[in-house]
Ligand binder design. Structure first.
Ligand SMILES: [Zn+2]
Length: 389
């Protein structure tokens, strides 16, 4: 059996609450971690470390669970840099640019889409992301939604059918018919490649009745539920997510007290996507309010070509701390263990015996540096499935 010992770890973030310093982060000092195959086999004080076939000297650095990016749209063609520039010159974001990407995606070859997905997956891995969720949503017809998901399965098991991203142009005057297509032939073609189903529940996209119909069909087909909710304005999305037992309500930028209460009393994670507010120059969600109400919060990138073209979880951590009222510890937890909760996973986002050996070694002595040194490439090395990358 191949074994690998990482020792001389100055700060080991385990996310096992109550086992060390830092509350939920479960920080251990002067630690070592033993990896066998793709799993964590042991961790503890460096002086008790068992022997192993190979060794990595962390040289006093911090070691953390790999980031769990629970919200990304990687299957697309084209870019929308000009739209970004126009927004920065004062035009508002409406979500309408999604249709531009749909046209480019439909016209692209499999290899073009596959190249983009792999490039972005590799880019995220270099920045510490060991688990990533990938949505469809730029095909919006039966063949292109199924194709998008099939390509997504080549890089992740966390795939999400988002046929209800927007109503495509050809259905603009008959949205009920499009909902019927999504619930019927499109879901049938997509489900073999999807673990989750998602809807963009927003003014200009899908209302609560349409979203409920689509998500209920997805549940009946065996898919887990997640939802784009309350991004551009107040709305019914968060309440619907809680009603349907969704794993996650994503964005949560515009919440009223009833929304916060509903989340607090549920198993639905609030996934915050500050890259979207950054890239659309919009007000950030109030993470402090959610945390104070004991809502479980995750951070994710929303990586997509329109409203958040970043794959960087460290960037999202820095934004969450600077702009959303989170402490560095809360943001790091939300970007690792929080993301795992949003995907209903207990084998990632945590370092403990039996967990997946997905971790990162920083070029820094502490997790604090992820927010303290924004924009700096601090990920020295990543282990994914126990393999150094
Ligand atoms: Zn999204």
């Amino acid at each position: 059996m191949s074994s690998l010992l990482i020792d001389n770890i100055g700060e080991l973030v385990t996310n096992v609450a109550g086992t060390g310093e830092g509350g939920k982060l479960g920080i251990r000092r002067d630690a070592a971690i033993l990896v066998e195959e793709d799993r964590v086999a042991w961790l503890g004080p460096a002086r008790y470390a068992p022997a192993a076939a190979r060794r990595i000297d962390a040289d006093g650095a911090a070691v953390l669970p790999g980031f769990v990016d629970s919200h990304a749209h990687l299957v697309f063609a084209g870019d929308r840099a000009a739209e970004f520039a126009a927004r920065m010159a004062g035009q508002p974001y409406t979500g309408g640019g999604i249709r531009t990407t749909v046209a480019a995606t439909r016209a692209a070859s499999d290899d073009t889409l596959r190249g983009t997905v792999r490039r972005l997956r590799a880019e995220a891995l270099r920045q510490g992301t060991t688990t990533i969720e990938v949505k469809s949503g730029y095909g919006l017809n039966v063949a292109d939604e199924a194709r998008s998901l099939r390509i997504a399965t080549e890089v992740t098991g966390e795939t999400t059918f988002l046929g209800a991203h927007v109503v495509p142009t050809e259905y603009a005057d008959r949205p009920d018919d499009y909902v019927g297509l999504v619930c019927g032939p499109m879901l049938h073609a997509a489900a073999p490649y999807a673990k989750w189903i998602d809807v963009f529940c927003e003014r200009g996209a899908f209302d609560a009745d349409h979203a409920r119909a689509i998500l209920t069909c997805g549940q009946a087909a065996g898919l887990g539920v997640r939802l784009h909710a309350n991004q551009l304005g107040p709305g019914p999305g968060v309440q619907l997510a809680v009603e349907l037992g969704a794993a996650s309500a994503d964005h949560c930028t515009h919440l009223d007290d009833a929304d916060v209460d509903a989340l607090a009393g549920s198993a639905t994670v609030a996934t915050l996507l500050p890259g979207a507010e950054f890239s659309t120059r919009s007000p950030y969600p109030d993470a402090r309010r959610l945390l104070d109400a004991r809502v479980t919060v995750a951070l994710a990138t929303d990586c997509n070509p329109g409203s958040s073209y970043t794959s960087s979880m460290p960037f999202c951590v820095a934004l969450a701390v600077r702009e959303m009222g989170m402490t560095p510890a809360e943001a790091v937890w939300a970007a690792t263990a929080g993301g795992a909760r949003a995907l209903r996973r207990d084998d990632v986002g945590v370092l403990a015996p039996g967990a997946r050996a997905d971790l990162m070694i920083l070029d820094a002595p502490s997790h604090l540096h992820l927010a303290y040194r924004p924009g700096v490439p601090l990920i020295r090395q990543v282990l994914h499935n126990g393999v150094p990358r």
